[in-house]
Design a protein around this ligand. Structure first.
Ligand code: FEO
Length: 171
């Protein structure tokens, strides 16, 4: 059985993952109307789907442990971006925020001596390492590319080979 404090904290994470999914869905929709970035668009859509999967995994866990997962209300995310680089900077900042939130959950699990939840959360800890690393790599590339359209073309081609979950690296 989940302690109330643990359950509330996990439900807050449900909200954060749902919000992440919406934030990246908005990036995907905006990217879709920009020229020449079809694969980057697909990356954002896929990332949004993965965040929804993170949310669902939490919902099932809370309910299976005798709690009640609360489906949250969400604010409207940013709809437009000054540039692709701005969108990816926001993505990186958002992932850093998510990592901090997961770390807080791990702290609470330890305080509560809830080792089942602690064990469950390790998947998220590992996932955040990958997501942050990938977001940093893409931001570094966009920094180098600047206004070079050829560079953007190559990034859009290379991003086909990366996936947020389960690795795939960009050299
Ligand atoms: Fe589920 Fe990207 O945090």
């Amino acid at each position: 059985m989940l302690a109330k404090k643990m359950q509330d904290a996990l439900n807050e994470q449900v909200r954060i993952e749902a919000e992440s999914s919406q934030v990246y869905l908005a990036m995907a929709s905006w990217a879709e109307i920009q020229p020449g970035v079809d694969n980057i668009t697909a990356f954002f859509y896929r990332h949004s789907d993965e965040e929804r999967m993170h949310m669902l995994k939490l919902i099932h866990f809370i309910n299976e442990r005798g709690g009640f997962a609360v489906v949250p209300a969400l604010p409207q995310p940013n709809l437009t971006f000054p540039s692709l680089h701005h969108a990816f900077k926001q993505l990186l900042e958002h992932e850093i925020f998510v990592s901090e939130s997961i770390n807080k959950l791990v702290d609470i699990a330890l305080q509560e001596k809830d080792y089942a939840t602690h064990n469950f959360l390790q998947w998220y800890v590992a996932e955040q390492i990958e997501e942050e690393a990938l977001a940093r790599t893409i931001n570094d590339k966009l920094e180098l590319i600047g206004d070079d359209k050829g560079g953007l073309y190559l990034l859009d081609r290379d991003i086909l080979n990366v996936s947020v979950t389960g690795g795939g690296t960009m050299e």
